[in-house]
Structures are given as structure tokens and as C-alpha cells.
Design a protein around this ligand. Structure first.
Ligand code: DAH
Length: 339
């Protein structure tokens, strides 16, 4: 019997040694230690032994079972460690390798310029508000004192959407929404998209951006308008910038003006940039027309105000000395990353 046990031990140890995968090892465990395994069978065959042989044999079988269990466990641990080792080395990363360069986007010059404009006006206590791009005729024209037969309403300029609706042709419509809220004083700028049925060329696009400004309070004069816009021009284009106001006409302001800035390229001497004049026109402005105030429920006897409208692309092109507006719409990253 002990001979048989010895032989079984040799075989079991050999098979466990051969068990190089978790499955093989499990097979070996089942073959010897399982319910129907060889060692279990040995234990069952004990009844054939004599009473004095039995305890000794039983002890030997138990010892062998403990030994085999221990050896299998060790083999399992070894195998697990080896597998972990392998996984770690296959997943290892070389942190000294140079990183791949990722192409990141770049902020658009329009966005940079707008941020600057907002910073300047917020610094003077203005609020930034936005108005709808789809407007009723009333907000885009009528409430701004633009009568039904005004040439600006021509279908060649305005995208009509049917019914009473259109795509706003100017951010001035945002003025009306602010005035209707009935909260005075008003001190706001309103940047946004506007739409006009224009052909694309170096200075035109059917879709561009404006920044509207509106200030309404008691005792607001044209001097306030001039002072405010001069500060804006100097902060935006540089301290040495001079401003000049030329009389103009807009239906919603009276008096109206256009503001020129001294050419920041030649300082006013005249160059290609300012077409020899030394001045560059940048915005329209004026004192809000009493009729416009009245239509939005503001008493023109008590309150006065000024308004202005700036083309965002226009001042972006000037600030960054870009020659063709189309570059602003192509979004070529090689162009954008220059700013
Ligand atoms: N809305 C005008 C335009 O699109 C620009 C403008 C001029 C706005 C004078 C104003 C203003 O607020 O006072 O051409």
C-alpha cells in the first residue's frame, strides 16, 4: 500500500509540474484530489486494510493530500505572478518618448476683437446683452423709425422669412428690445450676427457681425457720446488714436454721425491703408431719435440717450491689418493661428 502511495505521489508531483496553464493545473488537482480523484479512491480503499494498518495509512494519505494541495497552491501563485509580470511588461509605456503633437484650434480674430470691445465697455459699466437673429419687421425697421418705403427694406438687402419675419439686418433691433423692458438707465452693448443679401467680396458678406451700443438716462448729451467712443477708440486701437465725427444720417438717431479714427498705420499722414486720407471710418452713431424713444415707451422729455453701431469684421480687419474679409470666414487654421 505505501508503495502504491509513493508511486501516486511521484505521478501527482510530475503532473502538477507539467501543469503550465491554470487549466492543466486544475486538471491535475481534479485527477488526484477531486471527489473522484485517485487519492480519494485510496482513502475509500482503506476498509480493505487491517485494523492496525488503517490509522498509519490514513495518516500517510492525509499527509500526501496536504502536500499536494500545498504544491498546487504554490504553482498557482507562481503562475499568477508570472501572468501579472507579463501583463505589466506588455503594457509598459516609455515615458521618455517624445509626445505626439496635437493640432489644437485657435481663437478667431473676430472673437479676440469682440472680447476686447466687451472688456472696454464692461469697464465703463456697460452690460452685454444679446438679441434675436430672427426678427419681426417691427423691431428691425418700424420701431427704429424706418418707414415702410425706406430703401433699406428693399428685398435686395433683406432676407425675408415669410409672414412678418426676417433675418435682422442690423443689431439696432436689440435697442428696441432693451427699451421695451422699461428699465432705465440703459447701458448696454449687444454684439451679434446680422444678415444682408450681399454678394461675397473683399469687404462684403451676406452674414457678418455688428456690435450695437445704447445708453439712455437723464441729461445724456452728444458730449457723452463723443467721450465714450473716444475712450473706446483709444483703448482698442492705441492711446495716440484721434477721433473725428462727421455728420451723417440714420433714421433712428438725430443728430447722427460717423466716427473716423486717425490711421494707426501712418499716424494720420496718409498711406495705402487709409487710402491717403489719414482717417478711417469705423462706426455710425447719434442721439437716439425722440420718436424712437417714444415708440418704445420712453418719455423723450425726461430721457435722452446715444446709440452706436460698429461692424465687428471691420474693426477686426483694421486691428489685425487683414486685407480681405473672406479670410475671416474660411477658418483656415494656418491663418487663424497667426493671431
Ligand atoms: N444700424 C446701422 C447700420 O447697420 C449702424 C448704426 C448707426 C447703429 C448709427 C446705430 C447708430 O446704433 O446710432 O448701418
Amino acid at each position: 500500500m505505501t508503495e502504491k502511495l509513493k508511486e501516486l505521489r511521484e505521478r501527482a508531483l510530475a503532473q502538477i509540474k507539467e501543469g503550465v496553464t491554470p487549466e492543466k493545473l486544475e486538471e491535475a488537482r481534479v485527477a488526484f484530489l477531486g471527489k473522484k480523484g485517485e487519492l480519494t479512491a485510496m482513502l475509500k480503499s482503506m476498509k480493505e486494510l487491517s485494523a492496525e494498518e488503517r490509522p498509519k495509512f490514513g495518516q500517510a494519505v492525509n499527509e500526501l493530500r496536504d502536500e499536494l494541495e500545498h504544491v498546487i497552491e504554490e504553482a498557482q501563485t507562481r503562475m499568477k505572478n508570472a501572468m501579472r509580470e507579463q501583463q505589466l511588461s506588455s503594457e509598459a509605456i516609455d515615458v521618455t518618448l517624445p509626445a505626439k503633437r496635437r493640432a489644437v484650434g485657435h481663437r478667431h480674430p473676430n472673437a479676440l476683437a469682440l472680447e476686447e470691445v466687451e472688456r472696454i465697455f464692461i469697464g465703463m459699466g456697460y452690460e452685454v446683452v444679446s438679441g434675436p437673429e430672427v426678427e419681426k419687421d417691427y423691431y428691425n425697421f418700424e420701431a427704429l423709425n424706418i418707414p415702410a418705403d425706406h430703401p433699406a427694406k428693399d428685398e435686395q438687402d433683406t432676407f425675408y422669412l415669410g409672414g412678418d419675419f426676417l433675418l435682422r439686418t442690423q443689431t439696432s433691433s436689440a435697442q428696441v428690445h432693451e427699451m421695451e423692458k422699461g428699465r432705465i438707465p440703459i447701458k448696454m452693448i449687444s454684439p451679434g450676427r446680422v444678415f444682408r443679401s450681399d454678394e461675397v467680396d473683399a469687404t462684403h458678406s451676406p452674414n457678418f457681425h455688428q456690435i450695437e451700443g445704447l445708453l439712455i438716462d437723464k441729461n445724456i448729451t452728444f458730449a457723452d457720446l463723443k467721450g465714450t467712443l473716444a475712450v473706446f477708440a483709444q483703448e482698442f486701437f492705441g492711446e495716440e488714436t484721434k477721433v473725428k465725427f462727421r455728420p451723417h444720417h440714420f433714421p433712428f438717431t438725430e443728430p447722427s454721425a460717423e466716427m473716423d479714427v486717425s490711421c494707426f498705420k501712418c499716424g494720420g499722414k496718409g498711406c495705402r491703408f487709409c487710402k491717403g486720407s489719414g482717417w478711417i471710418e469705423i462706426l455710425g452713431c447719434g442721439m437716439v431719435h425722440p420718436h424712437v424713444l417714444e415708440m418704445s415707451g420712453i418719455d423723450p422729455e425726461t430721457y435722452t440717450g446715444f446709440a452706436f453701431g460698429v461692424g465687428l469684421e471691420r474693426i477686426t480687419l483694421l486691428k489685425y491689418e487683414i486685407e480681405d474679409m473672406r479670410l475671416l470666414y474660411e477658418n483656415d487654421i494656418r491663418f487663424l493661428s497667426q493671431f
